[in-house]
Design a protein around this ligand. Structure first.
Ligand code: R2B
Ligand code: URA
Length: 297
């Protein structure tokens, strides 16, 4: 872990019991008795939708002799379940929403592990989600090697004044390889590649079907061909931030596993049937669970 990147000025006072930390969007605080149930967390799994979180927790419980599922009380913003060492949490759509979940989960993890760097470094993080493929048919699972923004530069935010904060979007290659290996020979098409995180589903993904459209068919195709030539294989809305924040603290084990719903080189609208969409997103869940069962048991 990168000790100098951790906000000790705030977090160590929480550990010392000087004040509680309120994880406002999750509806819990560090002093709540409920926190004790989460202390043995070994993996934090994020997904956009709350329904997916509930399903994942049930699936994990079934694989662990019906281990109890603990729910965090507030569900207006994020849905959270803990079961047998894994904390499953939804993050909503887009980096502003997901960054709130990640910041509060980082704080929670620091508290749960008493600030112990080795214990934190042992925790595996993943985002499982959907995406638009770039040169890949719907139903392919992409394991991300690097998360970048639409200009292929890393995630960055405005800094007070005129500067920008930059974050490293690299995903650990050994983990990506292990995720792919855990699903080898199981009939799921899995690829590795760079992933663009757009701040918008329409404009920053160069769609022509938004209510507001700033692109032409030519500029859209030129962008898609450019990002494809630069190794991008899918487009979603959170990965560059997720990798950036986890790298900032120095986590060694994290991955992003996204199913593609369409090939953006073929169109913009998601026209797959409900059954197809279900099958596609099941695949990303299967890839996650194959990895979790091989690494966590
Ligand atoms: C993938 O799908 C969502 C948009 O439909 C977004 O959260 C993402 O990253
Ligand atoms: N999610 C995205 O962000 N983009 C797509 O094209 C599909 C799913």
């Amino acid at each position: 872990m990168r000790d100098e990147s951790i906000n000790h000025a705030f977090l160590d006072g929480v550990l010392a019991g000087e004040y509680p930390d309120v994880y406002y969007h999750f509806g819990v605080a560090s002093g709540d008795g409920l926190m004790d149930a989460l202390r043995d967390v070994r993996a934090i799994i994020l997904a956009g939708s709350g329904d997916r979180i509930v399903e994942f927790a049930q699936r994990w419980s079934a694989l662990h002799d019906g281990a109890p599922i603990v729910a965090l009380p507030k569900e207006e913003r994020f849905v959270t379940r803990y079961c047998a060492g894994v904390l499953f949490a939804s993050h909503g759509m887009g980096m502003p929403s997901a960054s709130i979940a990640v910041q509060e989960l980082l704080r929670m993890l620091y508290f749960l592990k008493g600030g112990d760097h080795d214990a934190m470094a042992d925790v595996f993080w993943a985002r499982v989600g959907t995406s638009g493929g770039v040169g890949l048919p719907g139903g392919t699972v992409v394991v991300t090697t690097e998360g970048v923004m639409a200009d292929l530069r890393p995630y960055r935010l405005l800094q007070g004044g005129s500067g920008e904060y930059w974050f490293d979007g690299t995903f650990p290659a050994d983990v990506a390889d292990a995720v792919v290996a855990a699903s080898a020979g199981r009939g799921i098409p899995v690829e590795q590649g760079r992933t663009v995180a757009g701040n918008e589903f329409f404009l920053e993904q160069f769609r022509l079907d938004g209510a507001i459209c700033m692109e032409t068919p030519e500029s859209k195709t030129a962008w898609l061909e450019w990002i494809h030539a630069q190794g991008v294989r899918n487009i979603e809305m959170e990965g560059a931030m997720l990798a950036g924040y986890l790298n900032h603290w120095g986590f060694p084990k994290f991955a992003m596993i996204c199913a593609t719903l369409l090939d953006r080189l073929q169109g913009d609208q998601v026209t797959a049937s409900k059954e197809e969409l279900h099958l596609f997103s099941e695949r990303s869940g299967d890839v996650l669970f194959h990895y979790l069962t091989t690494t966590l048991g």
